[in-house]
Ligand binder design. Structure first.
Ligand code: 13P
Ligand code: SF4
Length: 345
């Protein structure tokens, strides 16, 4: 093993030795060294979402965080190449903010069930149905959908974005659970309209209009799961992501963006935590908080986030693939919605 890989292995062993077996640390340390060298040669920055597997997460990204954080980092980088260790809508957001830079995605097919749940034509139809109502779009959407929106949001600033609009009614797309959770937090009444047929309800008392999208990962967590874990560990603290159903959020002790979940565990003191989100993030929290006992339901994984590997990050840098492109006419319109979001806390 080269000295650089050995030094990296030693460092990872301290941080991840209780989570990842030695032989995997050895193997990945060698790839990490290749990536770090290529990153320098190609003047690239690596952004790593909180859902990345523990070795990748702890070795190669220059910045780690939630969607909002990483959008902000993407907006200010001076590097020539941005590699996004995350899914396609995240890489597209980086391209929307940096049209002159090369944005690479290690796994071409890493999508998102929320982004797939709505099209630009769907948003246009909603705008025709509810003329003049501002459109808030979750950042987990593709560029053409963002281009039809007034402002984007992430789970980290959704409430602040909705409140910033100072409008009686907003259209909030496409995550029905995030929308319902935001409606609850802002005291708004929500409907989920059909685009066919007549008026859905008396719009006078409706302040949020949602859509039918769901995260294929977070929709799997149930109140039953929480009950079962509480029965086994009565003093467990349950932390969930607001892409979970409102019932699961209500049965949890805390709900927030991936960054907020991490911060909550770091700053609180409980004998056990149950983290209801992509399992790898539970590993990353456990690595950073070795004194805390993290329970996670690893039968639930995001298949898209899990497509990003050390090997395809290296190949992405070596062969400049997969390059993310956004047509300029769409990018310019999407930019104003993303930029407006970035300005909000
Ligand atoms: P965050 O914005 O909280 O990081 O969430 C992104 C995501 O895709 C959650 O599933
Ligand atoms: Fe999309 Fe859900 Fe995966 Fe996040 S966890 S990327 S919302 S499918």
């Amino acid at each position: 093993m080269q000295p650089a890989a050995h030094a990296l292995y030693e460092d990872m062993k301290i941080r991840l030795g209780t989570l990842v077996p030695d032989f995997e640390l050895y193997y990945k340390a060698e790839i990490a060294v290749e990536i770090l060298q290529l990153k320098q040669e190609r003047n690239a920055v690596i952004l790593g979402h909180n859902y990345m597997e523990p070795v990748l997460f702890h070795t190669i990204p220059d910045f780690r965080g939630d969607s909002l954080d990483l959008s902000r980092k993407a907006a200010t980088t001076d590097k020539d190449i941005i590699i996004f260790c995350g899914v396609k809508f995240m890489a597209e957001t980086a391209k929307i903010l940096n049209p002159q830079k090369t944005v690479l995605m290690p796994a071409e097919r890493a999508g998102c069930s929320l982004a797939e749940s709505i099209t630009a034509a769907d948003v246009r139809a909603l705008k025709r149905k509810y003329p003049g109502v501002p459109v808030v779009t979750y950042v987990n959407t593709y560029a053409d959908v963002k281009a039809e929106s007034d402002i984007c949001c992430t789970s980290g600033n959704a409430v602040a974005v909705v409140e910033s609009l100072k409008s009686d009614t907003v259209i909030f797309l496409p995550d029905q659970y995030l929308a319902a959770n935001v409606a609850q937090m802002t005291g708004k009444h929500i409907i989920f309209p059909s685009l066919t047929g007549n008026a859905d309800t008396n719009l006078l008392d409706v302040q949020m209009i949602g859509w039918h999208g769901k995260c294929e990962v977070h929709e799997k967590f149930s109140v039953e799961d929480i009950r079962a874990v509480r029965a086994q560990f009565p003093d467990v603290v349950v932390v969930s992501h607001p892409e979970c159903s409102p019932e699961v959020v209500a049965a949890s002790d805390f709900a927030g963006s991936t960054n907020a979940m991490i911060k909550f565990v770091q700053e609180s003191k409980a004998p056990h935590y149950l983290v209801l989100t992509e399992c790898s993030m539970g590993d990353n929290i456990a690595a950073a908080n070795p004194e805390k006992d993290l329970l996670r339901l690893c039968m639930v994984h995001c298949p898209h986030m899990n497509m990003i590997t050390m090997e395809n990050v290296r190949d992405s840098l070596l062969h400049t693939r997969t390059v993310i492109e956004v047509p300029e006419e769409i990018r310019v319109r999407a930019y104003s919605a993303v930029e407006r979001m970035i300005q909000i806390g």
